[in-house]
Design a protein around this ligand. Structure first.
Ligand SMILES: [Zn+2]
Length: 541
């Protein structure tokens, strides 16, 4: 998802002091395979009057209880394969007692009937025009407030929604639209997502939407679901989406889902990447008088980048899902960098350079307060993981890999990684292995330093021309508090006789290299093409 930019300010004041290792719920004894969810909403869309979740579960270990995550709305009854069973529901857990011990490999259908007003996850509040609406907003683990579930990104499953609401509303949800039926001034809408998706991406959107089919729908059916007051701007405002779909389909793989709906509704984020049904903030199309405008699309650049970011997540985050929260950068770093790639193609190199420069500065600012690795096992509050490490520094890790391996190998690595892990989960090690396989280069130390280690290089470069030897002495000192970075550093030396391109290969925090140069340089530039995330000062001795 994309944070609102104000969040950055808030994050700076958060305490990241944590002790020990964050505990995550990982798949162990059972896993959900399919959710079949029927929800009936009241006239005002203010509560769930009745709901039923039929959850197909695969047993992985001999067990007698299935422990769902489930919020504090009321459970009415639970059955397993049609037989009523006993359950306990407290403190966010619904423990379902199985009629008998179940052995590994067994498939069960657990049916849970419930009702009430969810505390979170399904946001029941007026849309921008003051009309009732109900929109899911689940990141990171808030879906269990309205769907009994295994609320961890690794527990991916397919989902069918049957949503009943007053007939003046439209309903959107993940997956393919199946049908709509009418009865007693209500309509029941059925959508089926046949690709396994992470639970935080399972959503419905109910309200008095204006639904607009996008004029260009080359990759997948594309539609916009907005409040009526946003409907006149939607075609222009969402215009980049079709180009984003086309570009990422070409450089990664075909779009992974049955359709794409772009929705404006209740989300606490700038955008939330729910699979095939992205929700953008209600302020998306508000006037932004001082914003930079995208010359290509003639809309504020922030709208273009959030659209590209959320659509990139359909491949990275939704289809290839982070296997643990420590791997969140595989979702957010990718979305941040793929938005940059879109900007590079459509707005040019200068705009791309400015985007990456801002990203680097955000990472430096974050590190000043919080010096932790991207791969973070400690931060306890999941919302605190929405930080510049996972977004901007993660994007820079990809940019550095691209610079080091070259476009051809880099994009083959991306395709290899995606192909192997699509519709599943992946870890940082899976990404390293994919890039090693296509490049034939060892990358363990790169990942160790940039993803599992903290900080960034702060180079102090001093150069001195030695006229007798006709050599240039370049001293590279790294002044950061963390360990040395051994990345090659491109250097461009300008003399009256032309330019000399060379590479420093530091072996330690202090390092000296000599370069043959008949003339005294007029300028020494460090990494002029911005291939490294770094801070640098250059001085002549
Ligand atoms: Zn994101």
């Amino acid at each position: 998802m994309k944070r609102f930019s104000v969040t950055i300010g808030v994050l700076l004041f958060c305490s990241f002091t944590t002790f020990g290792v964050r505990r995550e719920r990982l798949i162990d004894a059972w896993r959900p395979v399919h959710y079949n969810i029927s929800i009936t909403l009241d006239d005002k869309l203010s509560e769930i009057t009745s709901a039923r979740a039929d959850i197909e579960v695969l047993v992985l270990k001999r067990l007698s209880v299935i422990d769902f995550d489930f919020g504090d709305i009321t459970t009415d009854s639970v059955s397993v394969n049609g037989k009523n069973v006993s359950f306990t529901h407290r403190n966010g857990k619904l423990d379902v007692t199985l009629p008998e011990d179940q052995s590994p490999g067994t498939r069960l259908t657990v049916s849970i009937a419930y009702h009430g007003k969810p505390r979170d996850g399904l946001i029941l509040k007026a849309d921008k025009d003051g009309k009732p609406s109900a929109v899911g907003d689940n990141w990171p683990d808030r879906v269990h407030h309205w769907i009994p579930s295994f609320d961890h990104p690794s527990a991916k499953a397919t989902v069918t929604f049957h949503i009943t609401a007053p007939d003046n509303n439209l309903v959107i949800a993940n997956g393919r639209f199946e049908n709509v039926t009418t009865a007693n001034s209500t309509k029941t809408w059925t959508y089926n997502e046949s690709v396994a998706i992470p639970p935080y991406c399972m959503i419905i959107g109910v309200g008095d939407f204006a639904k607009i089919d996008a004029p260009l729908r080359r990759q997948t059916p594309l539609s916009y679901w907005v409040s009526h007051s946003d409907s006149s701007y939607a075609i222009k405002g969402f215009a980049p989406a079709s180009s984003v779909l086309q570009m990422f389909s070409e450089i990664v793989a075909p779009y992974p889902y049955e359709k794409l709906a772009l929705i404006i509704g209740a989300t606490q984020f700038g955008g939330m990447e729910n699979s095939s049904a992205i929700v953008f903030s209600q302020t998306l199309f508000n006037a932004r008088p001082n914003a930079r405008v995208s010359a290509t699309f003639d809309i504020p650049a922030g709208i273009e980048s959030v659209i590209a970011h959320e659509i990139a997540h359909q491949w990275f985050g939704d289809s290839v899902t982070e296997s643990t929260w420590a791997d969140l950068w595989l979702s957010e770093g990718f979305a941040t960098y793929f938005a940059a790639l879109f900007i590079q193609k459509y707005d040019g190199q200068q705009v791309f350079d400015a985007y990456m420069k801002d990203a680097g500065e955000a990472a430096f600012k974050f590190e000043k307060k919080t010096l932790i690795p991207i791969h973070d096992h400690e931060t306890d509050k999941l919302f605190d993981l929405l930080n510049a490490n996972n977004y901007q520094k993660g994007a820079w890790v990809l940019h550095m890999l691209r610079s080091r391996l070259g476009d051809d190998v880099f994009f083959r690595g991306i395709k290899t990684y995606y192909e192997k892990h699509k519709e599943g989960t992946a870890s940082t090690e899976d990404l390293r292995e994919a890039f090693e396989a296509v490049s034939g280069k060892p990358l363990r130390s790169f990942f160790a330093r940039w993803v599992y280690g903290s900080g960034h290089p702060q180079y102090q470069i001093n150069w001195q021309w030695l006229p007798k030897q006709k050599k240039l002495k370049i001293s590279a000192n790294q002044t950061q508090s963390t360990d040395a970075f051994l990345d090659p550093v491109p250097i461009v030396i300008t003399t009256s006789n032309g330019t000399i391109t060379t590479t420093l290969n530091p072996s330690n925090r202090t390092y000296v290299q000599y370069v043959r140069s008949a003339q005294k340089p007029t300028q020494v530039e460090v990494d002029p093409d911005h291939t490294l995330l770094k801070e640098v000062t250059v001085r002549m001795n």
